[in-house]
Design a binder for this molecule. Structure first.
Ligand SMILES: NC(=O)c1ccc[n+]([C@@H]2O[C@H](COP(=O)([O-])OP(=O)(O)OC[C@H]3O[C@@H](n4cnc5c(N)ncnc54)[C@H](O)[C@@H]3O)[C@@H](O)[C@H]2O)c1
Length: 347
């Protein structure tokens, strides 16, 4: 029997609740589909940081390397550990170490879920560059705390980085409805973003079957609200993709529905799957976290592992659970009630 080893990193706040919900669904669908899944849980989190002075052990990356995939909850407990420490110490370290350069986030309304827009039919796949650009971490401060203080934060765009994320976007568009929106701000940022547009045009010549349009990020943001049904695949830099996908989460009914995958496309290193949301400290002890985003992320993990049928079963179960006939109420119903509805729908 085929079997997969999964690293679970529940981390902080609502992370443990939503990861256990997703694991229950994964275990059930694996049993139904005839493949094995085994979980190894890692306690890496802000609590771990408080005890050990670091978010994960020094050999954490080596430990994760042999796993088939990683399922992460959410990282951050800002009351005790600064976000810049927790984010860089765990999430960003893993994304960079395993070259998970494609951050993939689907945005569509599930049956029975009300979004804030008039449009109810849209199906957008957002591809965000995940390893460089505006979040490269290059920069510094001098004369700190004085009137002469200078702060520099430099975006880094490499040909390798830009070309591979655009190529990933073209490939996804080819598999879907054949339309790609490439996002820049090349009217204002005349070096990096003009370069991004150039590489987009170079690749467009190779992908004659994909209709590509270059948008400025502000215009694309407006389009996501006014005409989301006109969009298929969006490809954007780290910062633009980060912001656009939070908007995508909003139009699909909220962060509790927004799934994501950090893909290492050459498959020699593990990819990581996680909800878009954070640790939600405001509801962390209330058992009302919506687990759908994490369960959807787990379905993306199954698809990445090659278990497409099982992934489709999970997505169908989610849709049955959110549809009006079962009538779960994310945001109001307990995490356990929503999870039970998805598990029941798997039958
Ligand atoms: N990928 C990650 O691990 C990640 C992403 C974003 C934020 N964070 C971290 O999480 C912490 C809190 O950040 P924040 O408050 O800005 O963002 P957040 O996503 O944790 O919460 C924003 C709002 O959405 C709600 N929410 C989030 N997920 C929900 C769910 N599944 N069900 C119902 N409601 C949900 C929260 O209650 C809150 O009101 C910070 O430490 C931040 O750095 C981590």
């Amino acid at each position: 029997m085929k079997s997969y080893n999964i690293a679970l990193i529940p981390a902080d706040g609502i992370g443990p609740q939503v990861v256990e919900a997703a694991w229950a669904v994964l275990s059930k669908v694996a049993g139904q589909s005839g493949f094995g899944l085994s979980a190894t849980r890692f306690p890496w989190s802000c609590a771990y940081y408080k005890e050990n002075g670091r978010m994960m052990p020094a050999d954490g990356i080596e430990t994760l390397r042999s796993f088939d995939a990683i399922l992460l909850g959410s990282v951050g407990w800002p009351a005790e550990v600064p976000d810049s420490v927790s984010l860089h110490g765990l999430l960003l370290t893993i994304r960079k170490a395993f070259d998970q350069y494609a951050n993939v986030r689907p945005h569509r309304l599930l049956p029975g879920v009300d979004g804030p827009l008039k449009a109810t039919e849209f199906d957008i796949l957002c591809i965000r560059e995940n390893t460089e650009g505006e979040y490269s971490g290059a920069g510094g401060r001098v004369h700190q705390g004085t009137p002469a203080e200078v702060v520099v934060e430099t975006s880094i765009f490499t040909r390798r980085g830009v070309e591979r994320i655009l190529r990933y976007g073209f490939e996804q568009a080819r598999r879907r409805r054949g339309r790609l929106a490439s996002v820049t701000k090349s009217n204002a940022q005349r070096h990096s973003m003009v370069f991004w547009d150039e590489v987009t045009r170079e690749l467009a010549a190779e992908y004659g079957d994909v209709a590509v349009t270059s948008y400025h990020v502000d215009a694309l943001a407006a389009r996501m609200i006014m005409a989301p049904e006109s969009l298929d695949v969006i490809v954007a830099s780290n910062l633009f993709g980060d912001i656009l996908t939070d908007m995508g989460a909003a139009i699909q009914g909220g962060l509790g529905f927004a799934a994501s995958a950090n893909i290492s496309p050459d498959r020699s290193l593990p990819s990581m799957f996680e909800p878009v949301h954070g640790s939600a400290p405001d509801i962390a002890h209330l058992d009302v976290a919506n687990p759908i985003a994490t369960i959807w992320s787990a379905a993306m993990m199954l698809e990445h592992l090659g278990e497409k049928q099982a992934a489709d079963r999970v997505m169908a179960a989610i849709a049955t659970a959110t549809a009006k006939d079962i009538g779960i109420r994310p945001g109001k119903d307990k995490t356990s009630v929503i999870t039970a509805a998805v598990l029941e729908a798997l039958d």
